[in-house]
Design a binder for this molecule. Sequence first.
Ligand code: ADP
Ligand code: MG
Length: 414
Amino acid sequence: MTFLEGGPALAEIHWHPPSSPESAARAEALFASSFDGAPAGVWSAPGRANLIGEHVDYVGGICLPLALPQRTWLAVRPRTDGLLRLVSGQCPEVWQGAVRAVRPGHPRGWPAYLAGVVWALISEGLLPAGFGGVDVAVHSDVPLGAGLSSSAALECALAVALAELFGSGSSLDTAGRSALVKACIRAENEIALAATGGMDQTVALHARTGHCLRLDCDSGAVDPLPLPLDANGLVLLVINTNAPHRLVDGQYRARRVVVERAARLLRVPTLRRISSVQDAVGRLAALGEDDPELLRRVRHAISETARAGAAARLLVEGRLAELGPLLDASHTSLREDYEVSSLELDNVVDAAKEAGALGARMVGGGFGGSALALVETAAVPAVTEAVLAATEAKALPTPTFLHALPGPSAARWS
Ligand code: ADP
Ligand code: MG
């Protein structure tokens, strides 16, 4: 990767390293130092970027997520006494609780994502009701709370581990993985109480190396689309602003409430069923509904799905270098209409574009977190340096970078 071999100016730039065998060894080492003996195996699941189609998974829209080369690694061993013992390199105190005590809102904090998966798999009949519990040690190369889906990586790595340890031979075929997606979404929504849609879990469990997914959140269709970035001389550069999510839970839920209200007013199951922004606005006006905030949210939901559909068509035709204007329009819509961007995100998006990125936009839930930029390989040093200079000038947190080469889905390591 020539752009990583920069001169002295690039020495300051922090790249999040891709996962490697070392990552699995770290999970195993944490397991050994936290619990007696060795794990039964190590499983991992990827974080994700999303090329386009943001905040539309919960309105039946289209999105184009891809798996990052950064993954979350779990060393896992079954128990027989009905207990869960969980430890993470990011929060190294062991958490312990009973499987039967898991319920909505309990446990709180990070253990909810793993305990929630156990609860959901039992609820869905994918684990026996008398499930004996597990010990889990976590090492993650996915930055936490950076809009890159560390939460779904955590959930989906445990789901594949439990499916392999306790499931049937078909648990990890396509249908089996779709059943795990559903359980992981329930874990996040019902136990961790995060009102997110299903994009993150779907890509963590169905991703394909070298591809993004065309995920139709209305029909449920998941189609891999080739994303030959290298062959086109392009890099998908993820810029972690290192600005913490602010108010993300309440704001995320608030957006969902508004677009779901709009769908009820329009008497459709989701906004996907409305063919155009004009149609939605006309029908809402006929109902006497002229709340400008509601209209802006609806405009984002419908226009973003149209952009994601257009981007998918460009990918099918191999026209990757033409994606830029769609990424830019997506960011504008997220900033102006959906109002989920932030000063830090706008700053890195603007700086990347000024330095020659073909397009750039925020990614994930917003209010901090990460942006992505589509950049010609030769322009990566100029773009990264411009982003750092622009944040330094405004005294914002120093961004870090990931090279988003699309990787594989959740799987067993050893
Ligand atoms: P994102 O999924 O974009 O990273 P979320 O807010 O959805 O952001 O999820 C982040 C939360 O997930 C963390 O605050 C923590 O509770 C949990 N989490 C994710 N990965 C880990 C990990 N490796 N160790 C401990 N907790 C984790
Ligand atoms: Mg998340």
